[in-house]
Design a protein around this ligand. Structure first.
Ligand code: IPM
Ligand code: MG
Length: 357
């Protein structure tokens, strides 16, 4: 198969981790007789420096017209003080919105080889954590109206969190379908004891749950979820939640696995176009040192093969290659343990690519 991939390395460690994901995809292409064309697009701070905007219209069009998008990370201290309208993160939100990537899947999996790296005790992480957060990505407070105005001599800032029935229903459907393909257990996370958006969310989720009698469904409040993720994380299979709750809970969940550097994500539309990126940021402190963990990005590329290209065998091959690299004791700095082999970002990429036959 021939596929066109928009590649957006971004800032900080972005270019380093993306190079390793591309290395993996190239190996897949050779082994399975595919052809992947990469079109590189600047995004974030590097684009601000070149063009004065975090993504150009041309860049956005390339994303829209490709088969999928692979993204590294955006932002860094250099651009912390630019105007809010052109912040690096704006580009990320714009791509999500323009491509209608409303469903963000964030799998949180503890590789058993890394159980010691989890901050939780072994009796709590048990036989491994394996859950997926389904985060609504194009609605809520991220995209609602916002303003800062002076009222009675002081500044007042307002951010509105709107959600419509149809927005809730479409993310709910993705969550129920995801649960059907996994452990058939879905918890919907909200704050229905306070927020109207959450009460509407709950109503729609309950309506949907009648269509999916095989999925064991429950509601859970977001504050309790934050607690349960630490107390008893293995109780969860699929979690579905609105945009900002999902942002926060997915960072929390990622730490259970030892390193945020391991975690991939997929942002999906109603068609096959998707954007794939690790959930970590641009890590400016280790940028340019060839020390980043490329696994989150490589696993994101695996998700691309699975969800956008319908290549489940190829996706499995990438995941197995990562597993073997860990089995064989290779570790980047963030997941390093005594007795293991410390490798650089490029070395980890080489090991993983070589594990694909
Ligand atoms: C994420 C990030 C983004 C978000 C930022 C960079 C805007 O934290 O993908 O989780 O909040 O969605
Ligand atoms: Mg986040």
């Amino acid at each position: 198969m021939k596929k066109k991939i928009a590649v957006l390395p971004g800032d900080g460690i972005g270019p380093e981790i993306i190079a390793e994901a591309v290395k993996t995809l190239d190996k897949i292409a050779r082994s399975y007789n595919h052809s992947f064309d990469y079109i590189y697009v600047d995004i974030g701070g590097c684009s601000i420096d070149k063009y004065g905007v975090p993504i150009t219209d041309e860049g956005m069009n390339i994303c829209k017209n490709s088969d999928s998008v692979l993204l590294g990370a955006v932002g860094g201290p250099k651009w912390d003080n630019v105007a809010p309208q052109i912040r690096p993160e704006k580009a990320l939100l714009a791509v999500r919105k323009e491509l209608s990537l409303f469903a963000n899947l964030r799998p949180t999996k503890l590789f058993l080889q890394l159980a010691d790296a989890s901050p939780l005790k072994t009796e709590i992480v048990g036989n491994g954590i394996d859950l997926v957060i389904v985060r609504e990505l194009t609605g809520g407070v991220y995209f609602g109206e916002r303003r800062t105005e002076e009222i009675n001599g002081e500044l007042v800032a307002t951010d509105i969190m709107p959600y419509s029935e149809s927005e809730i229903e479409r993310i709910g459907r993705v969550a129920f379908e995801t649960a059907m393909k996994r452990g058939r257990k879905l918890a919907s996370v909200d704050k229905a004891n306070v927020l109207d958006t959450s009460r509407l969310w709950r109503k729609i989720m309950h309506r949907l749950s009648e269509e999916y009698p095989d999925v064991s469904y429950s509601d859970i409040l977001v504050d309790n979820t934050a607690m349960q993720l630490i107390k008893n994380p293995t109780q969860f299979d699929v979690l579905v939640t609105e945009n900002m709750f999902g942002d926060i809970l997915s960072d929390e969940a990622s730490m259970l696995t030892g390193s945020i550097g391991m975690m991939p994500s997929a942002s999906l539309s109603s068609g096959t176009l998707g954007m794939y990126e690790p959930i970590h940021g641009s890590a400016p402190d280790i940028a340019g040192k060839n020390a980043a963990n490329p696994i989150g990005t490589i696993l994101s590329a695996a998700m691309m093969l699975r969800y956008s290209f319908d290549m489940p065998g190829e996706a499995d091959a990438v995941e197995q290659a990562v597993n073997k690299a860990l089995d064989d004791g290779y570790r980047t700095g963030d997941i390093m343990q005594e007795g293991k082999t410390l490798v650089s970002c490029t070395e980890m990429g080489d090991v993983i690519a070589n594990n694909i036959l």
